[in-house]
Design a binder for this molecule. Structure first.
Ligand SMILES: [Zn+2]
Length: 341
């Protein structure tokens, strides 16, 4: 993922007021937390009969297990183990699993890298399908580390890599138990973070490949998730997403509001090159990204540093994003699917 060099605010809508009763401002911190929790999750509980509840503990465990394998940059042993970890988890859960393997010649070293996109399918026979995607590789260099000596080290990618995969793996558990009224493909993309700074052509290798070799029925749209584990979760709308599939962005943020998920902010803050831009531009798939780029905030950023570790992430953040996706997927049976193209 790469910040657009001319990143700017496209337009500004005042943030939604958090769903916190006024009374909470006058009572103890403990009561505040309880009240906030109830206010956030009560709508979910009301819908619990229809919509599965996201298991945040299991999801966070998926994040930690990936990090225990070490950095998962292509060519490393962590990368080989990371692929096996995804396959081991999804093969027993999905209706079918596609492995899309291809060779990529690293332009900097000349090394031949084997890259693999994994597509875990649910309801594979259904023509009407959506993709939920995340990249699973991690960056080979911590090139934004504060410590210059560490900038050639590979990153652990707890947030930038493992968080999106953790949410997808947890979704797979639910999709295996209750089939939604739409085909769902969980798409694990490889080779997202292989480019050097400023060299955009050498990022997003897995999404470039799948955009030209779509192995499923053509999806209605794709929701990409990236950097969704930040313990201080704030998810504004992203600039390219708003341009590529505005109705889908509005629907997702409306669903977040319906659920009282105040981390989703009704404001466009950053414009970010990520796999969703490639899927749209090279594959014609209406694609959006759910991303918390300010990790943890606007002044400090662990992005592409050796500090992108599990202690900076939280189970609750994975749950917020996973809950929205479950609501979106299982709500589709009850609401009309719009034409996002
Ligand atoms: Zn990255």
């Amino acid at each position: 993922m790469k910040m657009h060099p001319t990143s700017r605010m496209l337009f500004h809508i005042p943030c939604l007021t958090p769903h916190v009763s006024f009374i909470t401002f006058h009572v103890s911190r403990f009561i505040f937390h309880v009240s906030h929790f109830i206010t956030i999750f009560f709508p979910v509980l009301l819908l619990a009969q229809d919509i599965p509840v996201f298991n945040s503990e299991r999801a966070f465990n998926f994040l930690e297990q990936q990090c225990e394998l070490g950095p998962r940059n292509p060519g490393s042993s962590g990368h080989r183990q990371g692929l096996q970890f995804i396959l081991k988890t999804v093969v027993p859960l999905a209706d079918s699993v596609i492995q899309q393997q291809f060779i990529h010649i690293d332009p900097y070293s000349g090394e031949m890298l084997t890259l693999t996109n994994v597509i875990a399918q649910f309801n594979p026979a259904m023509k009407k399908r959506i993709w939920i995607a995340a990249h699973w590789d991690t960056r080979p260099w911590a090139d934004r580390d504060r410590d210059r000596k560490k900038r050639k080290q590979p990153i652990l990618g707890a947030n930038d890599g493992a968080s999106g995969v953790a949410v997808l793996l947890e979704l797979a558990h639910h999709l295996s138990q209750i089939h939604p009224n739409v085909g769902v493909d969980l798409v694990f993309l490889d080779g997202e973070d292989l480019g050097k700074r400023g060299d955009l052509r050498n990022f997003f290798i897995g999404s470039r490949y799948i955009a030209k070799n779509i192995p499923t029925e053509f999806p209605e749209y794709c929701i990409l998730i990236d950097m969704v584990g930040d313990a201080d979760l704030e998810i504004p709308k992203e600039g390219y997403s708003v341009m590529q599939a505005p109705h889908l962005v509005n629907q997702l943020w409306q669903e977040a509001e319906d659920l009282g998920l105040a981390s989703f902010q009704n404001v466009v803050k950053h414009t970010i090159e990520d796999d969703h831009v490639i899927l749209f531009e090279e594959g014609g798939i209406p694609a959006v990204v759910i991303i918390d780029f300010d990790y943890p905030n606007a002044t400090i950023n662990y992005w592409h540093t050796t500090e992108d570790t599990p202690d900076k992430c939280s189970a609750e953040s994975l749950e917020i994003v996973g809950t929205l996706l479950l609501y979106h997927i299982f709500g589709l049976g009850k609401i009309q699917i719009k034409n996002y193209k």
